[in-house]
Design a binder for this molecule. Sequence first.
Ligand code: NAG
Ligand code: NAG
Ligand code: NAG
Ligand code: NAG
Ligand code: NAG
Length: 764
Amino acid sequence: MAFPFFQFAVLGVMAATGGLVSAQSSATFACDVSKNSSVNSFVFCDKSAGIEARVKDLVARLTLDEKVGFLASKNPAVARLGIPSYEWWSEALHGVSYVGPGTRFSSLVPGATSFPQVIHSAASFNTTLFHAMGKVVSTEARAMYNAGLAGLTFWSPNVNIFRDPRWGRGQETPGEDPLLASKYAVAYVRGLQDADKPEMLKVAACCKHYTAYDVDNWKGTQRYTFNAQVTKQDMDDTYQVPFKSCVVDGNVASVMCSYNKVNGVPTCADPALLTGTVRGDWKLNGYIVSDCDSVDVIFNAQHFTKSPEEAAAKSILAGLDLNCGYFLGQHTKAAVAGGLLNESDVDRAIANNFATLIRLGFYDGDPRGGPYGALSTKDVCTAENQELARDAARQGVVLLKNGNSSLPLSPSSVRSLAVIGPNANATKTMLGNYEGAPCRYVTPLQGLAAYAPVVYQPGCLGVACAGGNLQLEPAKQAAGQADATVLVVGTDQSIERESLDRISLTLPGQQEVLITEVAKAAKGPVVLVIMSGGPFDITFAKNNEKISSIIWVGFPGEKGGTAIADVVFGSYNPSGRLPVTWYPESFADSVPMTDMNMRPNPATSYPGRTYRFYTGDVVYSFGDGLSYSEFQHHLVEAPKLVAVPLESGHACLSRRCKSVQLLDGHCEGLAFDVRLLVRNAGGRAGGHTVFLFTTPPTVHGAPRRQLVAFEKVFLRAAEEGAVAFKVDVCRDLSVVDEMGTRKVALGAHVLQVGTLKHSLSLRI
Ligand SMILES: *[C@@H]1O[C@H](CO)[C@@H](O)[C@H](O)[C@H]1NC(C)=O
Ligand SMILES: *[C@@H]1O[C@H](CO)[C@@H](O)[C@H](O)[C@H]1NC(C)=O
Ligand SMILES: *[C@@H]1O[C@H](CO)[C@@H](O)[C@H](O)[C@H]1NC(C)=O
Ligand SMILES: *[C@@H]1O[C@H](CO)[C@@H](O)[C@H](O)[C@H]1NC(C)=O
Ligand SMILES: *[C@@H]1O[C@H](CO)[C@@H](O)[C@H](O)[C@H]1NC(C)=O
């Protein structure tokens, strides 16, 4: 996702999105008895009838011409049934967004709470926070729907694995780890969908882009034609994991298939991926939608079919229900006439779409009479919601270096603070993409100025920071005179974005020169703040003694400036951890972005990807992040031996096996507790994420390390807290074999928490 489909004709040329308006009119609602009592006779309007009966009734009333209209994201009105048009495309990645024509801002609602970009929130490792943000977003979305400004179907979140550091859309995702991505997906989706009854929806979320989609535009490879070649093993233990969790545990109402092909087949035309896996194995309760306009891509860009009708038929027969764009609306009728698919296949697709709208209350008349009817414009941008945006921004800040404990700065001893850099006065940059209009920005400059007198110098005009835009002298002068210096550098959407992957992992343009020269000239401590979605090779800064501290702030959202200042001046103790590996520049030089293999290949010197498989050097590791306190872990309880029961006659009882596939019944109850005590040994209260990693035995190309659980705790100075993880043997101590089968790995598993290591043997 996504860009307006009417621009699609020009492949690869993408104009800026945003500001498209055609929201539902607040005047007409389907099944509004108060406006027209004759709708009473329609079963599809009858709230007391079951969803299935209502859907069946509605489908039966439609002509084929009308039906195909319901396959496209802009549904037409059907006046004779009192049904108004509906625009399916809205977005709410980290706040209600103006990307997508279903939602707009107006003088009535000029802004909504703009939380940090997802990669930043992910760094909090706080599932309570993920859920709380989803809930606020759905409340504001419903309030805007009631005001006629928003839709009910939001194509968020993006849960693709952030496999390659250069990906321009990595910022939208919860990072490189399948467990973190899964936890994020489930918590955020539940916050968005948040209904009292499981069959109802507050708003409908959508997990995208299914699947193995993480190349946008890299050295001439375009997402529209890219064929991701993925092994069965990588598919099952990496790419599919967050989607499965999103559907099975998050009960998401929608999955969006992607632009790319996987192993030669466009994802939106792959019956195994859609009908087999999503609908069959995972039992999606909802609709499958295409990216915008993936079905057009199948015919026009990928030439996968000989005709547009065949593309329409293949995608619907594969399991697609809705098409972002016009393509299915235009070509499906002819496909039916040509016998490429039956009208009953169209019925199945629109039935899934109608069922979703019924669960949302779309066919229940005026929403002001429904369960969310009381929500109004007063519920958008409340003080409480904005405070959560501030808290989220603080929780994701990652402290990477703090030489001589020079942070936090003491407000009383900093009489002048030099604030330098192209992102020092950032506003919109702080939001990242898929943003909405925020309630109110606090820039880094404003945030810091609330603590100490500031002198501001941009240092560069713009993050691209080309030689001619460098303004070195005034920046050096400011740093030379101030008691302390904060440099705010990094990127914006001109460097990393949808349709633009990076080539290099170094900071853009002359930023390194700016940082090094300012640090050299600085009188006091130098704090380097990197504002970016993706990771960077900042070895030069890590090794520079003059740069006392380094902080990564993602794209921290509307209250980013407050969060940065709260951390720099110590009113908040940093607790964020990196959700991705920071690779050296040599990675970008030697590893093709298009190589989808997760596992290393010694024969080709391919180093593998992410902390789970990568064998090379790193600049910073997944999970890195410092606090102003020190936290100590003590293992209280963990087994040394776990016995796996096998049914009599199992082959592994008579010969040595390295792994066993456990049948469903044998997994139940096969679990144990790992109990820990965590102590805050520092002088300040703070949050701390406890990570439980395992290193499985070396079978089936298993990951070197795998996160199996995490928990964020808050501890006062000198306080001790208990943390317990339930480890499920089949889920947590299993590996996916070369054929994609999950098996319990026998032998020594090493559990790791911080520097603690505990070896555990798994035997038959
Ligand atoms: C009331 O609804 C019926 C059924 O949709 C429709 O035929 C009729 O024209 C409507 N009447 C008015 C006044 O809108
Ligand atoms: C996690 O987030 C919630 C919601 O914002 C917050 O109340 C809680 O303090 C956070 N937990 C930690 C340990 O920071
Ligand atoms: C359409 O339905 C008929 C009768 O059930 C069936 O034989 C045929 O295979 C179907 N066509 C397609 C394209 O699925
Ligand atoms: C730490 O302090 C020592 C001694 O004052 C100084 O030489 C060094 O540069 C400082 N290091 C950092 C990273 O600030
Ligand atoms: C910071 O940016 C804001 C908004 O773009 C602008 O109004 C303000 O003048 C800038 N501040 C400085 C000191 O340049």
